[in-house]
Design a protein around this ligand. Structure first.
Ligand code: ATP
Ligand code: MG
Length: 288
C-alpha cells in the first residue's frame, strides 16, 4: 500500500487505483424532541486500497456508511478527516474519470436513450459524428440496439438500468462507482445484468466499486468483498474471492456456498436485526 505516513516521499504502487486513508465521517444530527445537535460517526477509520482493474464489492447492514463512502470516492461528499486518492491525486470533487450508477436510474426523462448515453460526451465536447459512433457502441454493448430513439418511460426497469450503465461507460471513465444498481429489478433480469456487467468489465478493464445487499451478487461479481459493520461504520473483514472466471454456473459450487456462509456469519455478528433477517432468509440469495 502507498505509504502516506512519510510526508517527504510517498512510495506509489503502480497497481493501486484508489487509496482511502483513515477516513472518518461525522454528521451533526438533531436529537429527538431537542434542538441540541449531537455527533454521529457514520464512518470510522476506513483504510482501503482498490487495485487497478479490480472488481471490489462492499456489503454491510443498512446505515453502515456504504453510500457515504462511495459518494466520497465520487467527490460528491467529503470526509470529516482522512483523504481519498485516485492515481495518487487527492479527490476533491466529481470528475469524468469516475462514472456513477445509482439505484434510481437517474436518466433524463426528456432525452432519448441515445441522448442520455451521449450526455457525458457532450460535456466532454466530443464532436457529433464521433458522439453518435460511441453511443451506438455502448447501446449495442448493453443489448439495447433498436431502442435508441425511445424515451426512458418507454423502457422496463432492467432496460433503464442498462441505459444508466451505458451512459456511465460511454465517456470512458477509469472507475465505475455503482450503488445498488440492480436492486430494483426482478431476479432474472438481475442475473443477466450481472453477467452483462462482468462481460463489459472484462472487455473494458475498468476499476469497479459496487455496493449490494445481496451476498450472492457480491460473490458472483467480486475479486474482493469488503464486509462492513455499523455503528460506527467500519470495515470488518475483506475476503478474497478466488473463484475462477468466467463464473457461469458457479453459484452451485461448494466453494460458493462456503463463501456465502462465511459472509453471512460475518454480517450476522454485527447486526441488530439478525433474527428478522434470518427468518426472511432465502438460502439461494441472502440479502443483508
Ligand atoms: N446528511 C446526513 N446527515 C446526517 N446523517 C446522515 C446523512 N447522510 C447519511 N447519514 C447517516 O449516516 C449513516 C450512513 O448512511 P449511508 O447512506 O452511507 O448508509 P448505507 O450503508 O448506504 O445504507 P443503505 O444500505 O441503507 O443504503 C446512516 O446512519 C445515515 O442515517
Ligand atoms: Mg446506501
Amino acid at each position: 500500500m502507498t505509504d502516506f505516513t512519510d510526508d517527504t516521499v510517498a512510495v506509489h504502487d503502480e497497481t493501486e487505483k484508489i487509496v482511502a486513508v483513515n477516513i472518518n465521517k461525522i454528521y451533526k444530527v438533531r436529537q429527538k424532541d431537542s434542538e441540541k445537535l449531537t455527533e454521529f460517526q457514520a464512518l470510522k477509520n476506513i483504510n482501503l486500497t482498490v487495485k487497478k482493474e479490480e472488481f471490489l464489492v462492499i456489503v454491510g447492514p443498512s446505515g453502515c456508511g456504504k453510500s457515504t463512502f462511495l459518494d466520497m470516492v465520487a467527490g460528491l461528499a467529503h470526509p470529516t478527516s482522512g483523504e481519498i486518492y485516485m492515481d495518487e491525486k487527492l479527490i476533491t470533487g466529481p470528475a469524468l474519470d469516475r462514472g456513477i450508477v445509482l439505484q434510481g436510474y437517474a436518466l433524463f426523462p426528456w432525452r432519448s436513450i441515445r441522448k442520455n448515453v451521449e450526455f457525458g460526451l457532450e460535456i466532454k465536447k466530443i464532436p457529433r459524428k464521433e458522439r453518435t459512433e460511441i453511443s451506438q457502441r455502448f447501446i449495442d454493448l448493453v443489448n439495447l440496439h433498436g431502442f435508441e430513439d425511445r424515451y426512458p418511460h418507454e423502457l422496463s426497469g432492467g432496460m433503464k438500468q442498462r441505459v444508466a450503465i451505458a451512459r456511465a461507460l460511454a465517456y470512458d471513465p477509469e472507475v465505475l462507482l455503482m450503488d445498488e444498481p440492480f436492486a430494483a429489478v426482478d431476479a432474472q433480469t438481475r442475473e443477466s445484468l450481472q453477467e452483462e456487467l462482468l462481460r463489459i468489465w472484462e472487455k473494458t478493464k475498468k476499476t469497479i466499486i459496487f455496493i449490494t445487499h445481496s451476498i450472492d451478487e457480491a460473490i458472483f461479481l467480486a475479486d474482493r468483498v469488503v464486509v462492513m459493520s455499523a455503528d460506527p461504520g467500519e470495515i470488518k473483514e475483506t475476503i478474497n474471492i478466488e473463484l475462477p472466471r468466467p463464473r457461469d454456473g458457479i453459484r452451485a459450487s461448494a466453494e460458493f456456498g462456503r463463501l456465502r456462509q462465511k459472509i453471512w456469519q460475518l454480517l450476522q455478528n454485527g447486526h441488530a436485526d439478525t433474527e428478522e433477517l434470518r427468518q426472511s432468509d432465502n438460502l439461494n440469495d441472502r440479502a443483508v
